[in-house]
Design a protein around this ligand. Structure first.
Ligand code: GLN
Length: 541
């Protein structure tokens, strides 16, 4: 029998509901329970795939090719599980289903309404993963903030489910903010009281209040929150700001969040938390024995959420190498031939980020050239790989106008071209090459050495590809295709023979890095960067 936990947010957005939900899931998983998490987003886009990274951060792609909210990345990284299309549902998708059904005549004769039709569809999807019988607990994070008009149908669906289920099968956790007022030197509980009141007006009463706070809550304050929010004092959980998101599960363990959840859900016979690996990872993260500086070349660098999975992959890869990874963000729009050495001169490694459109690509190409010529460890992801191919074509093959047809439709050397199946695609949502594809690695290559196997599978999100008409010339001149899709022959990995570490991948390896399984290219890239930095230091004497 699957039990359900709903996580709502109050007072303000950006409180880290995803991290709290993932941390709780981790603790429950560490006690031997089968847990998964899903996210319901109140916006009207069918999925976040059509959203600009500035609006919503990175778009996380699942194995089955769903374009989803970045919180699913946290779920996978914390739990070391795969999520799927079913784990992320938006208002847009709910309405799309209901409206399609209406057109098919499923509600013939009836007025289609928010209650019951929209709420029924929300409830159906909230129970969908649990209905598979694979999980003991399904945690559902409700995006947005309680009080938003668009959140209302979701809160109503939770109310109905709570009413329909046995009391011990469902509980609600409300994440809220306890602001500290400097002038008054006091933590304030009023916004929390209001937000809980707002939920109660909608018929949902939280069982547990998790309080985000900069300062510790004393017993008196916990009692006050408990009294006004009508929960037991032990159900008031402090969530202090943490130096790393990976510390949050341990903080929640100290606060007893998992124990109170298990008690309320009347789950008995669970084991003690098995967090050995997690703690080992945290120890390595906290006490590194070395440091490397990696340049992240992108055009969305003002917003760190745009590269969330890449940054987290570096945290995982850094920890396993016991090496602090300092990321220097370099805006690709401002890199020129003249300033490239000055901007990249202090780096131990260079990652050219994924992206779309023309803005900033020339800067990326100068950065690749610098890494190639200076033998600086280089890692290109998706657009970054494509830029590496263009740089090689222009500067080594002497095809001066080589480009991707994404940026220049009329180039006479389209070394990166639109994939055949993309040529007839005109609609934007969910139409890229998405999700997991196999890739065969050539033996004796860097890619083969990194992965230690010959058949891998990684996730994709792109429309353009390496143009195989040029492959021969590339390979003869020293840039080889070390990974290919076995069915189509699409080039998935390129690397330079004559370079200590130069690799570009068409897929997104960052989407599969987890605390327990750091992604191998990131791990070896950090190793190469460390070697580069040590060699540099010894040369300086
Ligand atoms: N814009 C490129 C393409 O669609 C690269 C995409 C990416 O970096 N995710 O092929």
């Amino acid at each position: 029998m699957t039990k359900y936990i709903f996580v709502t947010g109050g007072v303000t957005s950006s409180l880290g509901k995803g991290i709290i939900a993932a941390s709780l899931a981790k603790l429950l998983q560490s006690r031997g329970l089968k847990v998964t998490i899903q996210k319901f987003d109140p916006y009207i886009n069918v999925d976040p795939g059509t959203l600009n990274p500035y609006e919503h951060g990175e778009c996380f792609v699942t194995e089955d090719g769903a374009e989803t909210d970045l919180d699913l990345g946290h779920y996978e990284r914390f739990l070391n599980i795969f999520t799927s299309q079913a784990n992320n549902v938006t208002t847009g998708r709910i309405y799309q289903t209901v409206i399609n059904q209406e057109r098919e005549g499923a509600y013939l004769g009836k007025t289609v309404q928010v209650i019951p039709h929209i709420t029924d569809e929300i409830k159906r999807r909230m129970l969908l993963i649990g209905d598979t019988g694979k999980y003991d607990i399904v945690i559902t994070e409700i995006g947005g903030t309680v009080g938003d008009i668009e959140s209302l149908p979701f809160v109503e669906a939770v109310r109905q489910l709570q009413w329909e289920m046995e009391e011990e099968d469902c509980l609600v956790i409300h994440l809220t903010l306890i602001p500290y007022l400097k002038a008054a030197k006091e933590l304030k509980t009023k916004p929390t009281q209001h937000s809980v009141k707002l939920m109660s007006e909608n018929g949902v009463h939280p069982d547990i209040i998790v309080c985000r706070t900069e300062r510790s809550l004393n017993q008196e304050l916990r009692k006050k929150i408990a009294l006004f929010c009508n929960v037991k004092t032990e159900a008031v959980i402090e969530a202090m700001d943490a130096s790393s998101i990976y510390e949050v599960p341990l903080k929640m363990l100290n606060e007893g969040l998992d124990v109170i959840v298990l008690k309320k859900l009347k789950i008995n016979g669970y084991s003690a938390p098995e967090l050995g690996k997690w703690k080992e990872f945290l120890d390595k993260l906290k006490y590194p024995s070395g440091k490397v500086t990696i340049g992240l070349i992108g055009k969305y660098i003002e917003l760190q959420d745009a590269y969330k999975s890449i940054l987290e992959s570096f945290v995982h890869a850094g920890a396993i190498n016991e090496c602090k990874v300092q990321i220097v963000n370099v805006h690709s729009e401002f890199i020129t031939e003249e300033n490239v050495a000055e901007k990249l001169g202090n780096l131990d490694g260079l990652l050219v980020a994924p992206g779309f459109g023309k803005r900033g690509v020339e800067g990326k190409i100068f950065a690749v050239q610098y890494a190639r010529e200076k033998k600086l460890p280089f890692f290109g992801i998706c657009l970054g790989m494509q830029m590496a191919a263009i740089e090689f074509a222009r500067n080594i093959l002497n095809l001066k106008d080589a480009h991707s047809t994404e940026m220049d439709e009329n180039t006479s050397n389209p070394v990166i071209d639109l994939m055949e199946e993309q040529k007839s695609v005109t609609t934007k949502g969910g139409t890229m090459r998405l999700g997991s594809y196999p890739c065969e690695l050539k033996s004796g290559t860097l890619a083969n050495e990194i992965y230690g196997q010959s058949l891998i599978s990684e996730r994709h999100r792109h429309r353009w590809e390496f143009n195989n008409a040029y492959l021969d010339r590339f390979e003869k001149a020293g840039m080889i295709a070390s990974g290919k899709n076995p069915a189509t022959g699409l080039v998935e990995i390129i690397e330079l023979k004559d370079h200590p570490f130069f690799i570009g991948v068409q897929y997104h390896p960052e989407l599969k890095s987890t605390v327990e399984n750091p992604q191998p290219i990131f791990v070896d890239f950090i190793k190469a960067a460390r070697l580069f930095s040590q060699t540099k230091a010894s040369e300086k004497g």
